[in-house]
Write a protein that binds this ligand. Structure first.
Ligand SMILES: CC(=O)N[C@H]1[C@@H](OP(=O)(O)OP(=O)(O)OC[C@H]2O[C@@H](n3ccc(=O)[nH]c3=O)[C@H](O)[C@@H]2O)O[C@H](CO)[C@@H](O)[C@@H]1O
Ligand SMILES: C=C(OP(=O)(O)O)C(=O)O
Length: 427
């Protein structure tokens, strides 16, 4: 087991470069299956969810070649296996995208119920509804989801709830279905647009991504391509929050400022000064943190994945803030850990009432999920003294080289292996 040890209390200062978006990468890698040929994917983040996706592709018969640390060539022409190994698909949420991609190319696919962050129930009924509407049959048995179809046909699908995963899975399954598929009430996140752009670069005809309605004209075949993944909105937002709470001054490079707007607006209200450039933002903060009310919503609303990071920031605001979680039924599990660090937060269902305290205290804490883990690291950077964050494998699912990037900003943080550290102390 590994942990981060952070000595906090100093402002973050300098420049940091954001990696490619996790939630786009984990959809684009399975989508290469639809090419049945070679794709070169650039700006891939070096995170464990990407490693798992690559391992799955490899296990299914794809050839993978590393071109550089952020670029892979994925050749899916020789894929024969359409069952994703269960132990691999359970390691991440996005393994469900293999279903859509396999169904689209081979008319069949099987994955185990996906893993990912524990945020309460994470149903996949809308994914199955989309597959069913396109003419596939499916069953869920012994934790395995199996889909199959002799011929997919276009359909008009109205989603009952706005779902990132179901929108992407429906696009993957429909790109080669005969006719024009219309998807309504879809998700509009930047990664939805990125996946649609990738599919179009492979020869698909997907229009309207980023709006409420996506139209897909089925094509007979697709082909390989070269594609660069968008920067990670949430990784960028995490550094923005860290710069603000530590009263730092950080230039965050490789971002699309437009994607950050909901985050920028809230951080400015909290007291940060944010300067936008073409592909960078500078965040600095000198004064008090002002309290805020935030409700998480589908894009272009405030992103739920930033919610724990904002809770940390608001725990040292001058007054009372309210955060309402509009997407997940149980995304406040980290609050107990934050309370160990001196925060004053009351949670009632999906609402957290945060009474700002003058400062956070260092403490040993445990990452309960990916963004909760990142939020605790940010809390530790703000707390004067040494904190330890355990269960960091959650964090490493989604943040490339968090330690290296934070050290580049002057943070005192290290990653240690707990048994190794005990041995060193014993000697
Ligand atoms: C790998 C990935 O991209 N993960 C992101 C994705 O998760 P994920 O794709 O799992 O999230 P969804 O957008 O599907 O879920 C949104 C809401 O819809 C509900 N729902 C979803 C599917 C379904 O079939 N039925 C249903 O009821 C969920 O319970 C939730 O309340 O979007 C979430 C919302 O922005 C983010 O927090 C996750 O970081
Ligand atoms: C919830 C998240 O990820 P996943 O859906 O992969 O669990 C996240 O990225 O914050």
């Amino acid at each position: 087991m590994e942990k981060f040890v952070v000595r906090g209390g100093a402002p973050l200062v300098g420049e940091v470069t954001v990696s490619g978006a996790k939630n786009a990468a984990v959809a684009i890698l399975p989508a290469t299956i639809l090419a049945g040929g070679k794709c070169v994917i650039e700006n891939l983040p070096n995170i464990s969810d990407v490693a798992t996706s690559v391992e799955i592709l490899h296990a299914m018969g794809a050839s993978i070649r590393m071109i550089d640390s952020a670029t892979l060539e994925v050749d899916t022409s020789r894929i024969v296996v359409t069952d994703v190994p269960a132990e691999m698909s359970r390691q991440m949420r996005a393994s469900y995208y293999f279903l859509g991609a396999l169904l689209g190319r081979f008319g069949r696919g099987c994955v185990s119920m996906p893993g990912g962050c524990d945020l309460g129930t994470r149903p996949i009924d809308q994914h199955l509804k989309a597959f069913g509407s396109l003419g596939a049959s499916y069953n869920v048995e012994y934790g395995m989801i199996r889909v199959s179809s002799s011929k997919l046909a276009a359909e008009h699908i109205f989603f009952d709830t706005v779902s990132v995963g179901a929108t992407i899975n429906a696009m993957l399954a429909a790109v080669m279905a005969e006719g024009i598929t219309v998807l309504e009430n879809v998700a509009k996140e930047p990664h939805i647009v990125d996946v649609a752009n990738f599919l179009n670069t492979m020869g698909a005809d997907v229009r309207g991504a980023g709006t409420d309605v996506i139209k897909i004209r089925g094509v007979r075949e697709m082909h390989g391509c070269t594609y660069s993944i968008i920067p990670d909105q949430i990784e960028a937002g995490s550094y923005m929050a860290a710069a603000t709470i530590t009263r730092g001054n950080v230039l965050i490079r490789n971002v699309i400022p437009k994607h950050l707007e909901p985050i920028t607006a809230k951080l400015e209200k909290a007291g940060a000064t944010i300067e936008e450039f073409d592909d960078a933002v500078r965040v600095c903060c000198v004064g008090d943190i002002e309290p805020l009310n935030i409700k998480t919503m589908p894009h272009p609303g405030f992103p739920t994945d930033m919610q724990p990071l904002m809770a940390v920031l608001l725990s040292v605001a001058k007054g009372t803030s309210i955060i309402t979680e509009g997407i997940w039924e149980n995304r406040f599990r980290y609050v107990d850990e934050l309370i160990r660090m001196g925060a004053n937060i009351q949670v009632d269902g999906r609402v957290a009432v945060i009474e700002g305290v003058p400062e956070l205290q260092p403490a040993p804490v445990r990452a309960t999920d990916l963004r909760a883990g990142a939020a605790l690291v940010v809390a530790a950077l703000a707390a004067n003294g040494v904190s330890e964050i355990e269960e960091i494998s959650h964090i490493e699912r989604g943040y490339e080289d968090l330690v290296g990037k934070l050290r580049g900003l002057g943070a005192d943080i290290k990653r240690i292996d707990i048994p190794g550290e005990r041995l060193r102390q014993a000697l």
